[in-house]
Design a protein around this ligand. Sequence first.
Ligand code: UD1
Length: 367
Amino acid sequence: MSAKHPPPMRLLSVVGARPQFVKAAVICKALAKIDGGAAICHRIVHTGQHYDPLLSEVFFQELDIPPPDHNLEVGSGSHAAQTGEMMMRLEPVLAAEEPDWMLLYGDTNSTLAGAIVGSKLGLKMAHVEAGLRSYNRLMPEEINRIVADRLCDLLLCPTPLSVENLRKEGLGGQAVLTGDVMYDAALAFRERAELLSGPMAQSWRAGEFALATVHRAENTDDAGRLRAILRALDCIARRICPVLLPLHPRTQKRLADLGVSPEAVTVTQPATYLEILQLESRARFILTDSGGVQKEAYFAKVPCITLREETEWEETLENDCNVLAGASVERIVAAAEDAGRAGPWTPVYGDGQAGEHIVRALRKRVA
Ligand code: UD1
């Protein structure tokens, strides 16, 4: 190989759960834009944390993500069992791939497993969506992101606040402000989402309904909280406007175990990424415990009610664009009644080119 044509940089993404597929799609798009993709060889490892077609395959198809080069098919389990199994299956794959950069995304058990195995193999690792903190160590995601940030060499931050969080932990030297890849994704896929005309699009018209999602362990694994959230959604559906709840399999199982079925709420299977983007932009307001959905509500300038006591996306709380209502029926219903007062929304998630900024940051630092 001549000096004029150095070998392509080898980049390896580890993904496993729904929000990570969206983030990886942004990186794939950015790679294709920069040098037509020729300067970087990108490989994808899917841990198999999410295996339901509606949480996994459909995202690869809809967002034009190349099929994974490796699928570790780990599946569900307790945190230790799932993470341990991922670590065992990741080790030989990462050792054989020997990437110049390994890219980890967000805060799932797949992120954690990748961070531990990659660091012990001495791989250079970068963390997309670094520096987020809820300061609630009871959340598995908080543990995952703290460990990933500690172990990664390059911390790719979506917001100035996330850079500041890292600085306070002595990690400011590795931090780079790139903007938020989820914002890139929302911009890139918005038009396609608006063009959807299936039954979902026909049944749910702009401004006439509330959209809800519930999947966090703190809500699904606590019967009291889950029952209260469902009661609040039912109350909103009866008193304010119809409520649509596309349900994560984790929540579906818990509700079945508890014998609870919401009466006035419309429950559907999980929505695809394009469907959820369309529903979010049409909703009168959104109720969620998902980090990604809180931000997508913000991008769409739709009021959000967060079914948690804290958020790592603190910028969204400005001007009541997002209101923390926990799992209290009274607080959730009151927030829904007040949702019309939210705003204005100020742009805080970058210039819509976080993917390109990330790829440039990686190329600049390749040894
Ligand atoms: C995971 C992430 C969370 C992310 C979310 C997006 C962790 C700790 N949590 O939560 O940060 O916001 O993904 O969806 O990594 N299940 C299925 N089919 C699947 C996947 C899961 O039925 O394809 C059920 C199983 O009962 C499983 C449960 O969901 O035990 C939990 O799945 P898990 O992968 O642990 O986490 P999520 O709740 O999806």
